[in-house]
Ligand binder design. Structure first.
Ligand code: AMP
Length: 203
């Protein structure tokens, strides 16, 4: 099993690809956005604290996010591998993840990055809004989330690139094409993990 994460701007298909990868490779997925949305839906105390940040397209404060991820990564099912979707979102969170993994005698195997140009991202998010009704899928909020991505999260990808563990894939094709490219990129560095999972089948 691999310890991996996926990074990408809003609308790049990161959530969909993360779900498929985690099912295909048999690695538990941990999506910080999904966990936060679930808390908001269930009106939990954490949900009430984070709702405004989600609605405005802002990052949830690191203190809350790091604690939530730390608790999740302490659970048994992720001891031998996980796929983080949406974390770390800034370099402070990256440092926190390093600390968590080092304390557990672990390290990250690979960071996947999905890329796409801004016009395509805005188009996709607005299309998604008609289906999911996500409160942060309006044009104004998406442009804000994109700005935050370039300012806060791109540096995370750069740091993983400097460490030699970043695999970047163009996220503009169809869902199946992007999925195949992600598997192909992973196969170059981790042939056994990908071969064990069998051939990629359309979802
Ligand atoms: P996502 O589903 O990854 O697009 O995340 C949706 C929203 O959840 C983001 O716009 C943030 O408000 C919040 N969020 C998710 N992950 C993080 C994180 N690592 N740090 C701070 N906020 C986050």
């Amino acid at each position: 099993m691999l310890r991996m994460l996926i990074i990408g701007p809003p609308g790049c298909g990161k959530g969909t690809q993360a779900d498929r990868l985690s099912r295909h490779l048999g690695i538990p997925g941990v999506s910080t956005g999904d966990v936060f949305r679930e808390h908001v839906k269930n009106l939990t105390p954490l949900g009430q604290e984070v709702k405004e940040h989600l609605d405005g397209g802002d990052l949830v404060p690191d203190s809350l996010t790091n604690r939530m991820v730390r608790d999740r990564l302490d659970q048994d099912d992720v001891r031998n591998g996980f796929l983080l979707d949406g974390y770390p979102r800034n370099t402070a969170q990256l440092a926190e993840l390093d600390t968590m993994l080092t304390a557990a005698g672990q390290s990250l195997d690979v960071a996947l990055q999905l890329t796409a140009d801004d016009a395509e991202l805005v188009r996709r998010v607005l299309q998604r809004a008609t289906v999911t009704g996500r409160s942060d899928d309006t044009e104004e909020v998406i442009r804000h989330r994109l700005k935050l991505y370039y300012r806060e999260t791109e540096p995370v990808a750069e740091m993983y690139s400097e460490r030699g563990i970043l695999l970047s894939v163009d996220g503009t094709g169809t869902e199946d094409e992007v999925f195949s490219q992600l598997l192909a990129a992973l196969r170059t560095s981790f042939p056994a993990a990908v071969a064990d999972a069998g051939p990629a089948t359309p979802d």
